[in-house]
Write a protein that binds this ligand. Structure first.
Ligand code: NAD
Length: 440
């Protein structure tokens, strides 16, 4: 145990800035070395992280590995495999008036000292995956885990300094006061994942120093289920995506839009899907998580009477268990439709058809993800062309974010900027334009 008082944010940043200025983080060998150390941390101490994730969110070991630990290992491996190629300078054609001996190219420069602020719902993955990109790009990094996942925050604060270069990577734990103090410092990039209210606070603080930001936010991600689809498959995939981490996933299907006839058949299929996943009593399933805290439990419980309960609708505040719940006959103006649900409640809203579904989506904030279950190419193409969302999933929720070569991020209210794979290099680097003309 270290009893000395925590280093002040200004001192942390000054220390990292000195290391950055000395060129410590720039060599590709340093970057790949740090990524390998981070990988070792995840494989050697994965069990500690999994235990913390279980304490914070009731995640099963399998889920902790699949969605956080192994997920981050894959992101590291993908980056190690391709980094040299991603960082290669890219030649640009030179206009004739500069002469045949002139050459031009772009090259990726690190930004400097970057700040990563993470939320509580995937508290390891959402801190570490951006850190992978920041290190791969040659930056020094301050990582701020979420105080609402305290066990995970504590483990990360212990492990990261034990594995990574402490001159260039620091963890600052804490809540609003500590984060506010950090945000007063000058960073070269701020990468924030969380809600839009705090996103605005982050962006305002960043504006003081003209610091660029990436904002990975949330919102209500709709699902459109077309007539004539195989509803057993739809319900199975929807339930799996929705109830993972007890619905506390930024790209979880938030609500379903479908026609009244399909809705009736989908209700029955969802009941079977929930039972197939978690058994007759999900409270006893090891695969089913818990709500992060009482405040969110109470917020979610208040949404349960926004419709007719098809399945679930019950909870236990003492253990923060909230059953996987499907609500039907939901009024678009009801409380459950007014905010991002971020919990295990799936409302079904009926619309006459595709035109109304598209209008419904476009009348609201641009979502982080949009999911379409349809056999019709025309329907799929119309939704792709006529709506805007951070990502679009045909036939499978959530999975787009596991494709390392796709950018992950929002648009409008769901955020700005993106990351994963080579898009993390774009985010955490400056693409410098270079022109070279020989003197003779
Ligand atoms: P949270 O409460 O853990 O907050 C996120 C971070 O902001 C924390 O590190 C917290 O300390 C910090 N913070 C909170 N208040 C602050 C303040 N006043 N000033 C400065 N910093 C402050 O997490 P949350 O916001 O409840 O997370 C849930 C939201 O995040 C949902 O909207 C969800 O959709 C979104 N989300 C988005 C993604 C994505 O990748 N786009 C991923 C996960 C979650």
């Amino acid at each position: 145990m270290n009893d000395s008082p925590p280093e002040r944010p200004a001192d942390v940043v000054a220390r990292l800035r000195a290391a950055y200025a000395a060129g410590r983080t720039r060599p590709v060998e340093w970057r790949t070395g740090q990524l390998r150390r981070l990988r070792a941390m995840l494989t050697e101490r994965g069990a500690d992280l999994a235990a913390a994730l279980n304490a914070d969110l009731g995640k099963s070991g399998a889920e902790a590995y699949r969605t956080e630990i192994d997920f981050t290992v894959r992101e590291i491996d993908h980056t190690l495999e391709h980094l040299a190629e991603w960082l290669r300078p890219e030649p640009a054609p030179v206009p004739a008036h500069l002469g045949a001996d002139a050459t031009a190219w772009t090259q990726y420069d690190p930004l400097g000292v970057v700040l990563v602020i993470a939320p509580w719902n995937y508290p390891a993955q959402l801190l570490l995956a951006p850190v992978v990109g920041a290190l791969a790009s040659g930056n020094a990094v301050v990582a701020k885990p979420s105080e609402l996942a305290p066990a995970t925050s504590a483990v990360l604060a212990e492990l990261i300094p034990a594995y990574l270069d402490t001159d260039a990577v620091a963890v600052v734990e804490g809540a609003i006061p500590e984060t506010t103090a950090l945000l007063a410092e000058r960073f070269d990039h701020i990468f924030y994942t969380g809600n839009g209210t705090v996103g605005r606070i982050v962006m305002r603080a960043a504006a003081e120093h003209l610091t660029p930001v990436t904002l990975e936010l949330g919102g209500k991600s709709p699902v459109f289920v077309d007539r004539g689809t195989d509803l057993e498959t739809v319900a199975g995939r929807l339930a799996r995506g929705k109830f993972l981490n007890a619905g506390q996933t930024c790209v979880a299907p938030d609500y379903v839009l479908t026609d009244p006839e399909t809705a009736t058949a989908l209700e029955a299929a969802l009941v079977r899907a929930v039972e197939g996943l978690f058994g007759a009593d999900p409270q006893r399933s090891e695969e089913y998580g818990r709500i992060v805290n009482e405040r969110h439990f109470d917020r979610l419980s208040a949404l349960l009477d926004s419709g007719r309960v098809v399945v679930g609708g019950v909870g236990d505040r003492a253990t923060k268990y909230l059953a996987p719940t499907v609500l039907a006959d939901v009024d678009p103006e009801s409380p459950v439709m007014r905010e991002e649900i971020f919990g295990p409640i799936l409302p079904i809203v009926t619309v006459p058809g595709l035109d109304e579904a598209i209008d419904f989506i476009n009348d609201r904030d641009k979502p982080l993800a949009l999911y379409v279950f349809s056999e019709s190419d025309e329907t799929r193409e119309r939704i792709a062309a006529e709506t805007s969302s951070g990502g679009l999933g045909h036939g499978l929720p959530l999975a787009h974010l596991t494709v390392s070569d796709l950018p992950f991020g929002g648009v409008g209210e769901s955020g700005m900027g993106s990351y994963h794979g080579r898009y993390s290099i774009e985010t955490f680097s400056h693409r410098k334009a270079v022109l070279s003309k020989p003197l003779r």
